[in-house]
Design a protein around this ligand. Structure first.
Ligand code: ATP
Length: 346
């Protein structure tokens, strides 16, 4: 069996009294594209920075392609591409100068360096912007430049921290395409996000972290299918959905998961075609104008919530009216001073 691309054992990281990573262990096989999912502050960046040799664990071990990140740092850096969630402060350089600097740091010299810089620029489709100042790039262009930088050393393992954050839908599609291309070429990719749907199409494995602990690691397809019996159905209704919601309460095979605009989501106890057809028939017999009736793929959001909390009973998943916010206190004190300007643009 080949060496795992990434192996982490009992990793701990404390920042003062904040226990950011609490005994994290996982193993990622070569060639996998793994989504690293967790809420803000769950410990994703901390874990990734340790893997990228940019931070030290307080306890535990991490290996990249079998090399220890602490004892074999140079080798790990040679094998690894790291894309942080920000471009960093390199304001007064052009795109091509920025990449040239890092290519030099990776040891590329002469024409090899020029070729490598132009190859990665082409790959991320930034060649037309090669002479643009990096501080004049849009968010998406900056992300692509970061991505290009992570590819300079032709890494076998790529660690991407929130690469899709802030991208518009077109840029996201493009990012997915590039990630699939690299995966097809054999790279192992660990990619973080706090938005499940961002990763569901590009990953074949999911690693969930919550409050510094891994809560699930498995293949993405199994997660979508889920372990719960039965099936979920989306029924779109012409007319008031409240009538459909009321009907669902009385049906023997269906229970209401939630009411959304123009539709209801149902949990059916069985997933056999006869039960699904019978529920649809009863809806129509109840004079509900059903315009769409569709068995749903399990939402990864639901899977994640079940892993953290256990499954919610159907009636708990129906959105409730939000509680009224407390009234704002009257503005009696003088307003706080405006924060100091932080805009670093020239
Ligand atoms: P996000 O999705 O918001 O980027 P994350 O999952 O990447 O979150 P981390 O950045 O790893 O989370 O942070 C985990 C915890 O550790 C958080 O509570 C954070 O405030 C804390 N933390 C991270 N870095 C530091 C630091 N340098 N000093 C103090 N606390 C830190």
């Amino acid at each position: 069996m080949s060496v795992p691309a990434i192996e982490v054992q009992n990793l701990h990281r404390l920042f003062g009294n904040v226990h950011a990573v609490r005994g994290v262990s996982f193993r990622i096989e070569q060639g996998s594209v793994t989504g690293f999912i967790g809420a803000n502050g769950a410990g994703k960046t901390t874990t990734m920075r340790i893997l990228a040799t940019l931070d030290h664990a307080d306890q535990g071990e991490a290996r990249v392609m079998g090399h220890d990140v602490l004892n074999d740092t140079a080798k790990v850096r040679q094998l690894l591409g790291w894309m942080p969630d920000t471009l960093g402060a390199y304001a007064n350089v052009t795109v091509v100068e920025y990449l040239d600097f890092f290519a030099r740091a990776y040891g590329f010299r002469g024409n090899d360096r020029l070729d490598r810089v132009h190859d990665v620029l082409d790959f991320v489709e930034l060649t037309p912007l090669a002479e643009r100042m990096t501080n004049k790039l849009s968010k998406g262009q900056g992300q692509r430049l970061c991505f290009a930088r992570a590819l300079l050393n032709d890494p076998q393992v790529l660690i991407l921290d929130e690469p899709a954050a802030g991208l518009d839908p077109k840029a996201r599609v493009e990012l997915k395409r590039l990630i699939r291309l690299l995966a097809d070429q054999g790279a192992t990719i660990l990619i973080s996000s706090h938005i499940l749907s961002e990763l569901s199409e590009m990953c074949n494995a999911m690693l969930f972290i919550n409050d510094g602990r891994i809560v699930h690691h498995g293949d993405a397809e199994t997660m979508r299918r889920g372990t719960q019996a039965g099936v979920r159905v989306l029924a779109r209704i012409h007319g008031p959905v409240e009538a459909a919601a009321d009907w669902a309460v009385t049906d023997p095979d269906a229970s209401l998961l939630e009411t959304i605009t123009g539709a209801i989501r149902l949990q059916l106890a069985q997933d056999d075609p006869a039960t699904i057809a019978a529920v649809l028939r009863r809806m129509v017999q109840a004079n509900l104008a059903v315009t769409e009736f569709r068995v749903e793929e399990r939402r990864l959001e639901d899977a994640f919530m079940e892993m953290i909390d256990g499954p919610l009973p159907p009636d708990m998943t129906t959105p409730k009216a939000p509680a009224a916010p407390p009234p704002l206190p009257a503005a009696t004190a003088a307003p706080a001073p405006a924060p100091a300007a932080t805009d670093s643009s020239p």
